[in-house]
Design a protein around this ligand. Sequence first.
Ligand code: ADP
Length: 290
Amino acid sequence: SYDELKKCTNNFSDSNEIGSGGYGKVYRGMLSDGQVVAIKRAQQGSMQGGLEFKTEIELLSRVHHKNVVGLLGFCFEQGEQMLVYEFMPNGTLRESLSGRSGIHLDWKRRLRITLGSARGLAYLHELANPPIIHRDVKSTNILLDEHLTAKVADFGLSKLVADGGKGHVSTQVKGTLGYLDPEYYMTQQLTEKSDVYSFGVVMLELITARQPIEKGKYIVREVRLMMDKNDEEHYGLRELMDRSIRNSGTLIGFGRFLELALQCVEESAADRPTMSELVKAIETILQNDG
Ligand code: ADP
């Protein structure tokens, strides 16, 4: 209950604030059994927040997977709207890539983070019932737990796919600039492949550590410009690469990883892999490493 959440924790003091998002603030809190949690608290009286909250609850209460941030509970009381999640102590993938969190992600760790988040998304697409399209895949929605295991978060924009519904037509294009699937943008036909596109952008971030759009330059175009068919060692790409992995010796499966990322961001959705195809391909890279 709200009183319990408030009492056992001092949960909503400013010092416990860990972030703010689309519909309110996020606090670090503790339940009476000592479990550390993240509490999303909606801004009061926000109708839109109310709707987004209900959507998120309905979705998350059905989702249980090791690579999806788990919803532990929620509370609608005394005008409050709150969601209680498992706490992810190592923050967002973006924070790590930008060097702000002080966590160095070596190449192998980046492969594991790719595999984990791809598994989470493959689960949402193919195993959740009904299937779920995330609709806002980006590096700030991939969180890292204490073991640096990646979990996908924030279903505020997600929407249930109608049974067997391929090519669901939605009236409003949603998502984040830089990650948005151009085909979805043009046709407004939303499919799982839109998440695949956004995930491909995240994979390019893992190579370059850059944001999808920096100084007006679009990462997908920048990487394509650097690609040269005769350059099997990808020397042309080196200046775009994240310095901290560029100088760290052999990068296992780098060429294959790059190829997969570029397939994910193909203009035409039909040319992109499915999430579970991607999972298998990344597993193969990691297995070949022994
Ligand atoms: P947005 O709506 O902009 O995607 P959120 O409201 O989901 O943002 O979260 C805002 C910030 O709070 C995140 O960027 C992250 O730093 C932090 N955060 C969110 N959920 C968790 C969690 N489960 N554990 C730890 N930190 C979290």
